[in-house]
Design a protein around this ligand. Structure first.
Ligand code: GLU
Length: 304
């Protein structure tokens, strides 16, 4: 596959279509991002990177980070995680409360907000300094000490985070949050605030294309079995109520974020990340989805 040519040609074709959607303004800091940004980076399992556009500009990865906090909890050996959340697609919006009431405060999966908040609670229960240990874990997975939270974005989300505060309190009322709700939701807001470039993001997620092992170093981040399970959860739950649409059009396990990022994985081959801030009606990057659809239609390389 001529990655360089396919990436460049696909990028130009997507640039030519109307950039529909809207940027996420419910987090005020995200509302300040230039909606015209558009970057792509593909990292093959040998570490080679192919880029287009704004691949070296940092952005808030938001919910994409939920895959990393989940990997952290799994790597700590807490299988009890699956007594506190499920592995089923929600079919509802990322921040929905609806199913929690009828399902006893147990989130459908770890990639919706409720599930990621429970994972943050588990980290709070098992770590002495959760926030610092989380960012150190992510820097270790990324093999990049420059990865960081964005205080500005975390505080901006916190200033308007009523829905997530409701989620953490609602689950606390069911006994599915064990720690102080303020500590748990603060960890969640900082997790969401992590910033990366497309190049950093696709390299960081390389372990999920490489049987759980970090690219180049082959350091074990997850077991092969855990890596399989995380990819499966991304495939079925990574795009919330558009998980089916992403599987149908793109055919790769992936995860989106309201900062306009998407990362997708072709196991044993590559990891690709796309960033375009304008979101479709289901909170996923409009151009990101279009790029990945055309990309896999061109390469014919999917898990299907
Ligand atoms: N921090 C965002 C929220 O909780 C993440 C949503 C997303 O990226 O899908 O609303």
């Amino acid at each position: 596959m001529d990655c360089h040519k396919i990436i460049k040609d696909t990028y130009v074709q997507i640039l030519d279509i109307e950039n529909k959607g809207a940027i996420a303004t419910y987090i005020p800091e995200l509302g300040k991002v230039d909606p015209a940004h558009f970057g792509v980076c593909l990292t093959t399992n040998d570490g080679t990177q192919y880029t287009a556009g704004d691949a070296h500009i940092s952005f808030s990865i938001q919910s994409i980070a939920k895959v990393l906090s989940l990997s952290f909890a799994l790597s700590l050996g807490h299988t009890s995680i699956w007594q506190r959340l499920d592995v089923e697609p929600s079919g509802s919006a990322f921040n929905s409360l609806v199913q929690l009431e009828t399902e006893n405060g147990i989130p459908r999966n770890p990639l919706i907000n409720a599930g990621a908040i429970v994972v943050c609670d588990i980290l709070c229960s098992h770590l002495k300094d959760p926030k610092n240990e989380l960012i150190e874990y992510i820097r270790d997975v990324a093999n990049d000490p420059t990865i960081n939270f964005s205080d500005k974005i975390a505080q901006s989300e916190k200033s308007n985070g009523y829905r997530n505060v409701a989620l953490v309190n609602f689950m606390k009322s069911f006994g599915n949050i064990k720690n102080d709700v303020n500590q748990v939701i603060d960890l969640y807001f900082y997790l969401s605030s992590i910033e990366m470039t497309c190049c950093q993001l696709s390299k960081t997620f390389g372990y999920l294309a490489n049987g759980g092992k970090q690219l180049i170093t082959n350091k074990e981040i997850l077991t092969r079995s855990q890596s399989k399970r995380v990819n499966a959860i991304m495939q079925t739950c990574g795009f919330y109520d558009a998980a089916g649409v992403f599987a149908y059009h793109v055919g790769l396990p992936g995860k989106s974020g309201v900062g306009g990022g998407i990362v997708a994985v072709l196991p044993n081959a590559y990891t690709i990340s796309v960033w375009s801030p304008k979101l479709n009606e289901r909170g996923n990057s409009y151009r990101g989805m279009k790029f990945l659809e055309l990309f896999t239609d061109t390469t014919h390389e999917t898990i299907f």
